[in-house]
Design a protein around this ligand. Sequence first.
Ligand SMILES: Cc1cc2nc3c(=O)[nH]c(=O)nc-3n(C[C@H](O)[C@H](O)[C@H](O)COP(=O)(O)OP(=O)(O)OC[C@H]3O[C@@H](n4cnc5c(N)ncnc54)[C@H](O)[C@@H]3O)c2cc1C
Length: 482
Amino acid sequence: MVSIAWLRDDLRTADNPALLAAASDGGAVALYVLDGESPGIRPLGAAAKWWLHHALKTLREDLMALGIPLVLLRGPAGDVVPAFAQEAGAERIFWNRRYGGPEREVDTAVKAWAAGADVQAESFQASLLHEPWTVRTGGGGPYRAFTPFWRTVSALDFRAPLPAPDKMSKAHRAASPPDGIPGGEDLADWNLLPRHPDWSAGLAEAWTPGEEAGLAALDDFLAGPVQNYDDGRDRPAKPGTSRLSPYLRWGHVSPFQVWHALCRVRGNGPGPDVFGTEIGWREFCWHQLFHNPDLATRNLRPAFDAFPWDYPEGSGPQTPAVLRGKGAHAPDQLASASRPDDLDALDAWKAGRTGIPLVDAGQRQLWSMGWMHNRVRMVTASFLIKNLGIHWRVGEEWFWETLVDADPASNPANWQWVAGSGADAAPFFRIFNPQTQAKRFDPDGAYIARWVPDALTPAYPEPLVDLKESRRHALEAYESIR
Ligand SMILES: Cc1cc2nc3c(=O)[nH]c(=O)nc-3n(C[C@H](O)[C@H](O)[C@H](O)COP(=O)(O)OP(=O)(O)OC[C@H]3O[C@@H](n4cnc5c(N)ncnc54)[C@H](O)[C@@H]3O)c2cc1C
């Protein structure tokens, strides 16, 4: 019997209920569909594509070790998956549930097709500790505030992680890929890796995509830094956080694995509990996306629709595609611009040449390794939105393009949080002062020295804006919508 495990944001072998179900009766085939075509599905950013390429390469090896072939296909999944299932003569298809609006529509369509085609289709909970429709406020609606949300969700019973198929039963493993399975496409033909120029050296130095590396990162973090996480999480110069975000984003590691491993190290101080709360923020972001499928494009608080943002010419929410075409992955060129005033404010922010050292350090860390420390994400986002007066959507798009952990829920939810337009958001008038933040969280300047070694040289730009003046402007603009 051929059973398909349709893998999506769950690129792992362990704690993968869909894979386990497909492998339970022999003849399992794993399928990955690169879908940039179904209506509303957000195309991956460039750093995410880099990650996906390596993730699929590693996954193929991990699956082969279990005797499960991985088939790669491209196109609208609502068409591609049924066509493949028919060609392969599949009798069963399994997947782990997704929570974005357009993705759910695709999954519903495939389920409807399966019902008509007499193919057994089953989906599972694997990517979130809670399913967004299962918890409600007293009034019956979705949660808009984190504390009551997490109080409810963290009281639920989270199932234990499942084993990988090989640990379950050798007898149920396919010894070799079943005959007659269509071959699929070559990963190399997908052109996910950057060329001309290849800007990915920093990403490759910083990260090893895949399940094994993700679980090792979890182990390393729980063996030490977690105990001091309550303070260490705010020190960008130190390895005080888990760096699990891309592994969770791509599902190399599941939240159930993280949660249960965390429970084993609890009890020695506040660190593990504070870390557990951050896992809760991930859940909360997905809760928001489920209930607001247009989270990346619409202010959750409509009052912000009237905010007088400045849009850099040719960008802004009306024309986000223009921004992508214009600025995406240009910092190499931006950084080599001869004078800082060759750059407009947005380009200077992207390139880490604003003349504000903590902001520039964060933006350069992002460009170099496809990741930025959370404290600094908040500071650079606040600077873009509040000191430069640029719409949060413009920054959200840049992060989407450049983060290896770019997440359809966490990215827009956090940008809206910083902007003040989101759920349980920081009030707009809370404007991070990058200098004060640097003094507090990078007191010996190690983080800035690491990423902005030119900060004290004459070549370093003058500050793009006066922090006090631009703050005053922002507050005046806010008054206009209150
Ligand atoms: C403007 C902005 C944009 C962001 N965009 C993303 C994004 O695209 N993808 C993403 O995973 N995170 C995003 N975050 C949240 C956070 O910055 C990262 O999750 C965190 O820095 C990842 O590092 P870590 O794995 O070492 O985190 P840790 O501190 O070790 O936290 C553990 C895990 O908890 C989750 N988490 C922690 N903080 C948050 C948070 N505020 N919101 C949601 N989940 C959280 C992540 O999955 C993280 O891996 C964003 C934050 C801001 C301020």
